[in-house]
Design a protein around this ligand. Sequence first.
Ligand code: ZN
Length: 266
Amino acid sequence: MATNLQMRALSGRLCSTSAGHNGKRIEIYDGTEFVAETLLPTVQGKYRVRAYRHSVDGWRTYTEPSCIMTGNPEGCEAVPLRVHDACFTSEVLGSLKCDCSGQLQLAMEYIQQHKPGIVIYLQQEGRGIGLANKIAAYALQEKGLDTVDANRALGLPDDCREYSSVSNILRDLGVKSVKLMTNNPRKIRVLERLGVKVLERLPCIVAPGALNVHYLATKRLRMSHLLEGEGSTVDDDQDKEELEGQFCHWNHDGESALSSFVEPDR
Ligand SMILES: [Zn+2]
């Protein structure tokens, strides 16, 4: 556990007060705190990795966003940025049901080739519902429910991700504007509402494989993701639908895990 001396609050709003051990009231803030930075050598080259802690409930719970950087984006305009939500099943286990791992690799390579650049990695597995709930939803999808109905059957929201840590981290670095690596127009709108200046969108296209081709098509059709050079505008009805949560980002297509297993090409 880092000491308070190591932490630096970047932004925050007063959430509540509670009694400290000496009887004094102490103030509790939401926000994002910088913890430490290291230089990490990887097979793709060296990355600056900055660790943060982030809370939206007055520090009863917190997540640990990391900011992976090449070069010195501090104070820069038009910095390439990928805001990436964690996907254990794809990134660690190599699941073929989605394209998350490929998108992360693409972004990491891109910022090596286009310095300075940033990947902000957020612990928001399964649209924020967590890994165990995501696996539970997969299990229901094997029984035929689609991704939205599976979440609802579990009493979970369609999407509970939030991105205030991104604007806090960019403010910490003094990044003035970004070029966002995404196929998801909702992410652009959400970040803009948080005050992030998005100059342009950099498409993040991973070639579809046998198992995720349906998933990618679903993202395009149901979640208005932009694939293969499509325009970046979305009509108002779609926008409204998304804001009301009628979309998803990880429809892992409802196939039975057993019947859909194939040996990947080597
Ligand atoms: Zn995924």
